[in-house]
Write a protein that binds this ligand. Sequence first.
Ligand code: ATP
Length: 360
Amino acid sequence: MSASNALHIAVLGGDGIGPEVMAPALEVLRKIEATSDLKFRFTDAPAGANNYLATGKSMPDSTVRLCEEADAILLGACGLPSVRYPDNTEVAPQIELRFHFDLYAGVRPARLVPGVPSPIVGADQRGIDLVLIRESTEGLFASMGKGVVTDTEARETLVITRKTSERLFEFSFRLAERRKARGKANGGLTCVDKANVFRAFAFFREMFDEAAKRHPDVKADRLYVDACSLMLVKRPWDFDVMVTENMFGDILSDLAAGLIGGLGMAPSADIGDRYAVFQPCHGTAPDIMGQGKANPTAMILSAAMMLDWLADKHGLESAAEAGERIERAVDKAYAGGIKPMEFGGSNGTADIARAVLAAL
Ligand code: ATP
């Protein structure tokens, strides 16, 4: 924090609907500022496919420096399917930031906001409130840009390290304990892997078991990723916190977003020991960009997660309260009948933003 005690936030709107959902999230934070003792300083910075088109880089060095100096990083969404590196992969500064800042814990909460339709029968009665933690710096993604492709075969290598896994499991057990202490859940943590087939995942599970011994208050479970996918669809209310490898987490987090209404409802955070990036689970949604249809809820809830993280990091009670206020305002907006176009309703970005601001 700076001398003025304002929390300095790096704001990377990005491409497509990124800037469209960022604007309402910033309005919500300004309203928090006006109604609490918190102060923010927002600094905008370029990143993404449009920046690549203009400069040949996914983001300028000045953006990385800003992110290093800021207290937290808010990101909209980056990348466009039509804009690619010479090796045909998409421009993805959000993934580069995960590696640069060693943001190993990808936190993906999936909470069904009351009033939002879930495709799962019974979810409206039983509720869904789980958090998926996706390791975000290694696993199969460690091979990003390093895959070897010949005329006859292609190879990508999955990496699991002790250093990252131990930090990941400590983070996950601690989150399960915090949720239990807040009365949010029963204090369970499930390790999701494929330990029955791959040695790398047996190693992953072994380290999970070691961590579990250090956290006897948390009910530790283990599941294979295929069985887990089935259970997530049949009984999502049985899950509390889950932890998994990068690629499995990539897939399961979209599945979890589907359980709670859609990508526009799913916030996320990429957290390391020192830095953190907060962004919605969704991408740039080129199919709806520029039409005022994007659901900003995931971005707004990501801003709430940022406040909770800042509260924990700096011991700022009022930031934790502000994060909870934003969650309650979202609930109130949906209880009041907001229905995003994303799931067949008539409310676009501006309506949803207005409803959440009014509820605050
Ligand atoms: P990425 O690979 O960058 O995560 P993606 O291929 O998963 O992106 P998205 O850009 O997230 O794709 O979009 C997937 C679908 O979800 C699209 O049909 C898009 O319109 C829809 N979608 C994503 N985010 C939102 C949102 N905030 N509001 C409404 N619809 C959304």
